[in-house]
Design a protein around this ligand. Structure first.
Ligand code: ZN
Length: 279
């Protein structure tokens, strides 16, 4: 099942992306919540899995496939080749940081280049969305807490990231987390740890990795993070990026007004965002 959100920013409603088109779920279930904590607590993924609804050709904006997560947790240096390209050792334990919810952005929306800071970069990542609350989740139970996966571009302001010596500001500018195109349930994915993922910038291949190269796999991340941080339904864990970001290239590449960045993960799909000046 591929869950999506349709409609203008702030007014999205839940939908399904099927081979025969889009299902506008409010037409069939007037009381269905937005795809948020309540949606998962009410058990909508299981309820929808048992239905067969006709799709239609709807031409509307797609929002990020999750609304207002309590947190977006990201992983630093979780692919060895990416750690190496930054001249860094791989961390002995998962290295986590946060993006704030104001970063959430639709899969095909523009990304705003900040006024205050530069050196804007891309990072394709497999993002995991939590479906069931948990704390001290054991590795063997970890995937049962996952609602599905999606693609995130962990857009990064390197100037702020490096100048601040920590990552809050550089990772949390408005629109810096394009997400989508859909939240894909795990039954459609199979092995989470054998998915190709790429980034193309203006059609040029920049990142070309595979999730088999994650240093800490998804169950390890969920077990580690949830040891002392309660994971809530809707929370996003973005699992880190493979090699090929712009800032560590020789010469470095940073995004300019008008650039188009496409991030793709096998079995999930592509998000594509144009970088525009923040007026
Ligand atoms: Zn990242």
């Amino acid at each position: 099942m591929k869950l999506i959100r349709l409609g203008p920013r702030g007014q999205e409603r839940p939908g399904l992306w099927q081979a025969d088109g889009i299902v506008d779920l409010r037409v069939h279930f007037p009381d269905i919540p937005d795809i948020n904590e309540e949606f998962f607590r009410q058990g909508w993924p299981a309820r929808l899995a048992g239905t067969a609804l006709p799709g239609q050709g709807l031409k509307e904006r797609w929002g990020p496939p999750i609304a207002r997560p309590s947190k977006i947790i990201c992983l630093g240096k979780n692919y060895l080749e990416h750690a190496k390209e930054g001249g860094l050792e791989s961390p002995p334990a998962p290295l986590i940081f946060c993006k704030t919810p104001n970063t959430l952005n639709g899969p095909f929306d523009p990304v705003l280049l900040p006024q205050s800071s530069g050196q804007i970069d891309w990072e394709v990542e497999l993002a995991v969305v939590i479906g069931t609350e948990g704390k001290r989740i054991a590795k063997p139970e970890a995937l049962a807490h996952v609602a599905g996966v999606t693609v995130m571009n962990d857009v990064s302001g390197r100037q702020a990231q490096f100048a601040d010596s920590q990552w809050y500001r550089g990772k949390s500018f408005d629109t810096f987390a394009p997400l989508g195109p859909a939240l894909v349930t795990l039954d459609e994915i199979g092995d989470l740890h054998s998915l190709n993922l790429t980034t193309q910038v203006n059609g040029r291949l920049m990142q070309d990795g595979n999730t088999r190269d994650l240093i800490f796999d998804v169950p390890t991340l969920i077990a580690d993070i949830s040891a002392d941080i309660t994971l809530m339904p809707g929370d996003v864990i973005s699992t880190g990026t493979p090699a090929g970001v712009g800032i560590f290239r020789n010469p470095p590449v940073v995004l300019q007004e008008g650039d188009e960045v496409a991030c793709w993960i096998e079995k999930i799909g592509s998000i594509k965002n144009r970088f525009v000046r923040h007026l």
